[in-house]
Every structure is written in C-alpha cells, then in structure tokens.
Design a protein. Structure first.
Lengths: 275, 323
C-alpha cells in the first residue's frame, strides 16, 4: 500500500460521509415517512423528522397487508429453492465433466442473462393461460427463477471448478457414487457459494415486479410489490401506509446485508446480474 | 480458498487439474455412468428451454400474428406478415421510446461510471470505518426496483418533496419544480433514480478491480516520478480495463431493459415523455391489448439487448474455454 498524505484519511472519510448521505438518504426518507400521517406527507413542506411519530401506518399495514407479506416470503423462498435445485446439480456436472452440450449450454446461459424479462413475461402470459399457471405460486416462481438460474449455474460452476480435485478423486476411490460425491463432498465444500446464491435468489423473488404484474391478476394472492404498485393509483389517500410497506419491502435486503455481508460482497463481485 | 464465495482469478489459477479431465478417465466411464451424469443437467436444460427458448420463439411467432384480445384464448392467431412491426414502428411514441432508451442508457452509464469509479478510488484509500462505508453503499443495489421507483416518486413530489425542499433551502430554485408533471424534469428524474441504483454496482466491481492492481506497478510508476493523475491514467486504468469492459457491458444489459423504476416513478408519463422500450412494450401488450404490436416491440428490444451478446460472450470466453 502506497503511503498516504496525512490529510488523505480525514478528507477521504469526509468524502465517504457525503457519498453515504446522498446514497442512503432515500432510505432514511422512507423510514421517516413511514412514521408520518398523510396530512404531514402531503402538506406544503417536507419533514426531515416526523412531527408526531406514530406506528399507526405499521399497524394498518400489518392488518391489511399481512397476507401479502406472507405471499412475498413464499415467492422469495420458492425462488431460492427452485434456483438451487436446478443450478446445483448442473453446476456440479458442468464443473466435473465435459459434455457435448456444455458449450451450447453455457453460451445459452450467458445469452439468457441478457434477455429482458418483459419479453419473457409477455410470452409466458399467453402460454400460462393455456397451461393454467396464471395466478399460481408454481407459475410465478418458475418465472422468477429466470432472474437467477443462469447466474447461479455460472457462478456455482466457476466456484466448483476451484474445488481441490484430489478430494473429489478420493471420494471416487472410496467408491462414492456421483450422487453421494455431490451431496457429501461437493455441497458441503460449496457452502459459502450456495448461501450467496440463495440470498440473491431470495431477494430477486422477493422484489420481483414484472412477473407478478403480468402473471397475477391480484385476485388470489399478490406480493407486496404489486400492493405498492396499487398504492400509486391512490397516491394521495394512503401514502403513509405505502411508505410503511416500502420499509417492509426493503427490510430483507438490509437484514441480509448485515447478516451475510461477507457472502454478499463476494457474490456481487463475481459479476452478478440483476433485473 | 473454500471460504470465498467465488473463485477469484488468483484462486482459479492455483486450481489443480481435475483428474476427470484425463482422457483415460473419460474413456473408462461406462455408458451407464455417462447417462447418470447427464441426469444432473436435465433440470437445467429443461428450464432453459422452458423459461428462455420457448418464450423467445413464441414471442417471435406472436409478433407475426394478427392478435386481438379474443385470440389470447388460443395459442395461435392468423398470420399478419409485418403488420405488427409496421404498427409498432410507425407509432411516434415507439420511435421516441427507442431513441430515449439509447440516451437513457448512455446517460445512466456515463454518470454511473464517473461516480462509481470516484467512489471506488475513494474506498481504495485508507480511512476510518471504510469497511462499514463500503458495505452500506451496496444497499441501493439490493432493494426491489419498484420500491426504489416509488420512494423516488415520493422524494420528487411537488409540494412536500424532499428534493424541492433541499433545493429551495439551498436557494438553487425559487419555485418548486414539477419534477413528475413536466416532460424534461420527469426524464431527469428517471435518469437520476436509475443512476442512483447503478452506482453501487459500478463501485463494487471497480473497487475489487482496484484491489487487484499490483502495488509494485504503482510504486514503480511513483519512483519514476509519475504523479497521482499520471498513475491513474497510465497504470491503473489500463490494468483494470478488462473489468471496466465487463461493467459497461453488464450496465448496458441492465439499463436497456429497465422497467420497474419507470413504472414506480412515472409510468412512462407525463405524455409518454419517459417511455422507454420495456415499459412501452408492456403498455402495448397489457394496457392496449395489442399483443402482436407488443411482441414486435419486444423483438426490437431483444435485438437491442442482444447487441451486447457477442461482447458479453467474448468477455466470458475463459468460462467457455474451460467447457
């Protein structure tokens, strides 16, 4: 590390502080807003602190949106599980063996990462109509996994390529089957990568909007992104509750960042793909 | 090594040759074991066909069909030739949406890179609490995009909006700006929101690239009398160029398909002044029920996104070579 000038550290800290204030202000604002009432939120000036802090938005949201929050959890968890179930075996096989389809599959996954979700959603809407998958959890989770499966296979494969070959060879010599090697050796050694992928897949399913908007009609169940979307239509009437629901919506990202910071920072670096 | 969530370039270089690659090993594998191995790939192949190949092909078919709300019940409708493309492309909103998608992408990437690289250089210095600052700056990236759009809608509102409040307090404006009600400011708003979302991505990737710049290189340049600016331009930038390329290609891919932010903020309005391709394709298909025209527009969006494909695959050539 190159020697720093003595003023560098304080100036850098100041710069970082300013950057953080700008980058985190929207989050601060939404938390503050969630403790205000509609009159305060839509008055004639902005409040940097709630004039009369109150939890009433939260109590209202929990009673009216509890079901939607539960649905969002199911979608997030479902996306994480489906992503891992598809990606882990594939990554294992692709990292260990050469198949005739390997190049095609990996090339296809790279292209799949590029495809705009709205294109997929437009087609799936009509296909799901025929397949009776509209307004179902399996249908939505299958669609949401399109955000994560290509990324998950590519990242897990890259990780598994880095596992020490002699350990896998030892398992083979001990007579372990492919399946046993995968379950008993490869999976435990890949734990950190698996956690990273699970966290990302959960956040993608939790935050999905395009597929919820196109593949659900809102009569059966809806995730909170759809609820927030419907608040836009009635922006004037329930802004406080919408803000409280936004706080609920950003909570998992914030909590997971604190809990799994190490994994997330590493996972993001590998060229993560979002959106 | 096993502790890191992903292989770094260094780690993969250290990787031992996999014994399975030995030709002897491969030929010894019986037909039965080879089938057993293919089983591991079946879910992934089936999923790629279902969630990517099928929708793309079906979208293409749909874009050449004469659709109407009535034809949605059946999978196929009469052939329409290029009518959908003509309808979609002759629409002035589509034309401006295509142009706007490019300016929106260029504007987003430019500012995301400049600010993101600035922050990466900042975090590369030593100062108290830099680790905490670095992880906090990631947060905007992880938020659901629709929620981000909605929060910005609140911040940019006319009367009680934080942005107007701050700008008025700083005496930068005398009257509150109707950010979401007039076309120019509305476009600036979606751009600002999208730049905000993308900064962490640029910062994190460029920061990790800066970490990999060999200290000896910068030290050598220093001994040769290069000042900080020369070291940045002549040493650091060339060394991290591969990462910059990746960041721009991925940034392009993320940005041309932006949807949630626009819906959360402006829904394409006012007067379609913030329509870019993805929300406009949604509008055609799901609000005007012009599925054919929507599909045609989706094909155009797809082609634009796929412009990045050759570069993206080339940048990932290493992972294909190991295939």
């Amino acid at each position: 590390m190159i020697r720093q000038h003595r003023y560098t550290a304080p100036l850098a800290a100041l710069g970082a502080l300013i950057a953080l204030v700008v980058m985190l202000f929207p989050l601060y604002a939404v938390v503050i807003a969630s403790f205000e009432n509609n009159a305060q939120l839509l008055g004639n000036h902005y409040n940097f602190w709630p004039p009369t802090p109150s939890f009433s938005n939260y109590t209202a949201v929990i009673s009216s949106q509890g079901g939607h929050i539960a649905s969002t959890l199911i979608i997030g968890l479902g996306t994480a599980l489906l992503t891992l179930a598809i990606a882990l075996p594939a990554a294992h096989a692709l990292s260990r063996y050469r198949f005739r389809v390997t190049v095609i599959l990996i090339g296809g996954l790279l292209i799949a990462q590029i495809l705009p979700s709205i294109v997929i959603a437009n087609s799936l809407f009509i296909l799901y109509h025929k397949l009776h998958l509209l307004n179902t959890y399996p249908g939505l989770i299958l669609a949401d996994a399109s955000y994560t499966v290509p990324f998950a296979i590519l990242v897990l494969r890259a990780f598994m390529l880095g596992l020490p070959g002699d350990v896998l060879q030892a398992a083979r010599v001990d007579g372990a089957s492919e399946w046993t090697t995968f379950l008993r050796v490869v999976l435990p050694m890949s734990r950190s990568a698996v956690i990273t992928i699970a966290v990302f897949a959960f956040l993608q399913g939790w935050g999905d909007f395009i597929f919820a908007l196109t593949l659900l009609s809102g009569n059966t169940f809806e995730p909170i992104t759809l609820s927030i979307y419907s608040y836009i239509g009635e922006f004037q009437t329930n802004l406080g509750q919408a803000m409280a629901l936004c706080v609920v919506g950003v909570l998992p990202a914030a909590m997971l960042l604190v809990a799994a910071q190490r994994y997330i920072a590493a996972g993001l670096t590998v060229g993560s793909v979002k959106g | 090594m096993a502790r890191t969530a992903a292989p770094t370039r260094r780690a993969t270089a250290r990787r031992q040759p996999r014994p399975d690659r030995a030709t002897a090993e491969v030929s010894r594998a019986s037909r039965w074991t080879r089938y057993a191995r293919v089983v591991f790939l079946i879910p992934a192949i089936a999923y790629v066909l279902f969630a990517f190949a099928l929708p793309i092909v079906y979208n293409l078919i749909l874009s050449f069909e004469q659709t109407s709300p009535a034809t949605i019940a059946s999978l196929f409708a009469p052939f329409a030739g290029l009518a959908n493309y003509r309808t979609a492309l002759l629409d002035p909103t589509t034309q401006s949406a295509i142009v706007r998608t490019f300016t929106f992408t260029a504007g987003s990437l430019f500012f995301q890179f400049v600010i993101g690289f600035g922050l990466a250089l900042l975090f590369n210095l030593r100062f108290p609490l830099r680790r905490v600052a670095r992880s906090l700056v990631i947060i905007p990236w992880l938020l659901p995009l629709l929620i981000t759009g909605f929060i910005f809608r609140f911040l940019f509102q006319l009367e009680a909006g934080a942005v107007n409040e701050v700008l008025t307090d700083l005496h930068l404006i005398s009257h509150p700006v109707g950010w979401l009600t007039s076309p120019g400011p509305a476009y600036a708003t979606i751009l600002i929101a999208n730049i905000w979302i993308g900064i962490p991505f640029f910062t994190v990737l460029l920061y990790s690239a800066l970490q990999d710049v060999p200290v000896e290189l910068t030290e050598a340049a220093m001994i040769d009398g290069a000042n900080a600016w020369q070291r940045l331009i002549r040493v650091t930038l060339p060394v991290i160029r591969p990462v910059i390329e990746v960041v721009f290609v991925l940034g392009f891919v993320f940005t041309v398909k932006v949807f949630d932010v626009v819906i959360g903020l402006t829904q394409g309005g006012p007067a379609n002044s913030t329509q870019i391709l993805a929300p406009w394709a949604y509008n055609l298909s799901f609000q005007q029920f012009e599925y054919g025209a929507g599909a045609a527009l989706n094909t155009i969006l797809l082609i634009i996104a796929l412009l990045a494909a050759p570069v993206y695959i080339w940048l990932n050539r290493e992972s294909l070579r190991r295939a």
